[in-house]
Design a protein around this ligand. Structure first.
Ligand SMILES: [Zn+2]
Length: 365
């Protein structure tokens, strides 16, 4: 499908300009603008505005005159404004050109690619890289998210309709949400649907299952809507950082509507309880997927809510034994699985999946 303009620009910059040949050619183009030449240690650094208007910073080794790195600004839904830096190393001679044998990329402080080049070839036959006509002429992606509603217990609603689900939980005097996934678009649509479903009670909190960006991509939207984040204690520092980062390349909901972060953390377990509802939050011990993972259990309804450990549409045999271990350890009895990916399934269906994947239904320890 067609991607937004910002994605197209990012890919063009990443593939064509985060390489010595691309950036040097773009910088030598008479329509390019070079500005702010400066020294930084053993490097000569210059800002480049390409003929197409992309802005990058090029660093060249003062002695060898070989490009050392290219940096450009981009936008990430979780991190906001980020510098993407690609460093070039292990230069080798190829048909009279010097080309890097290794390219390493960092997005902000996080390493995102480390490429060792098996073979550099100059002027080789390249495949047709143009986007197919039907993609080019396709509609721009819709900035809306569909949210479907399924009541899975009295006062418990499964909010689906996309790749990531949420769950809305009613208490005597307020509402809580489980999961604000993906991005502003999804999270704001889920929050709006939650408020529409129960307009007589305030929505006050959102529990975040784990820190992976697809599951925490909506926390800034949730903060902008005045919700308190509830999450495992290992996420506190990261979420504090995400809440205060600059989002100026794209102004997200929190940048437009700043609110202070309110966060409550969970350790080994927590319970949210009133006269009509008990909601148990358990840390998932020993998860090989995320150390920060929590799952939620409703003892009266025997519903288990979890992310990524059991995806009914796409179960992963490597993650199921850990889920079974935690179900046993917490002595919870599950009638239905309410997953944050895929449809709600019965315990009988879950058992069938275990049989098919040859995962033991109980662990011995
Ligand atoms: Zn995950």
């Amino acid at each position: 499908a067609r991607q937004p303009e910002l994605v197209a620009k990012d890919r063009r910059v990443e593939f064509l300009l985060h390489h010595p040949v691309g950036i040097v050619r773009a910088a030598l183009d008479p329509a390019a603008k070079l500005s702010n030449p400066r020294k930084s240690g053993t490097l000569d650094v210059v800002d480049v505005t390409t003929a197409q208007g992309d802005t990058l910073t090029l660093a060249v080794d003062s002695t060898t005159h070989l490009p050392v790195s290219v940096t450009s600004m981009s936008y990430n839904a979780n991190l906001g404004d980020v510098a993407i830096e690609t460093a070039f190393a292990n230069y080798q001679d190829v048909d009279g050109l010097k080309l890097p044998g290794r390219l390493t990329t960092k997005t902000d402080k996080y390493p995102t690619a480390d490429i060792t080049v098996a073979k550099n070839t100059v002027n080789a036959e390249a495949a047709d890289l143009a986007a197919p006509a039907e993609v080019k002429s396709g509609p721009a992606p819709s900035p809306t998210a569909m949210v479907t509603v399924e009541e899975v217990g009295k006062g418990i609603w499964f909010l689906a309709g996309g790749s990531h689900n949420s769950v809305l939980v009613e208490f005597a005097d307020h509402m809580e949400l489980i999961e604000a996934p993906q991005n502003d678009t999804r999270a704001l649509a889920v929050i709006a649907k939650a408020r529409e479903l129960k307009s007589d009670k305030p929505l006050t909190k959102v529990l975040v299952s784990h820190h992976h960006f697809d599951h925490s991509g909506g926390i800034r939207a949730a903060i902008s809507e005045g919700l308190t984040l509830v999450t495992h204690e290992t996420n506190k520092t990261l979420f504090e950082d995400l809440a205060q980062r600059k989002h100026s390349v794209v102004q997200d909901a929190l940048a437009k509507n700043p609110k202070p972060l309110q966060i409550e953390t969970v350790g080994n377990e927590a319970v949210v309880k009133d006269a009509g509802r008990t909601m148990q939050i358990y840390h998932v011990d020993g998860s090989n997927h995320a150390e920060s993972m929590v799952m939620v259990y409703f003892p009266a309804e025997r519903l288990l809510v979890q992310a990524d450990l059991y995806k009914p549409a796409n179960p992963n045999a490597a993650r199921l034994p850990n889920l079974i271990e935690n179900i046993q350890k917490r002595k919870v009895r599950v009638d239905r699985h309410v997953p944050l990916h895929g449809p709600v399934t019965s315990q009988a269906q879950f058992t069938k999946v275990l049989e098919t994947l040859k995962v033991p239904a109980a662990t011995s320890n």
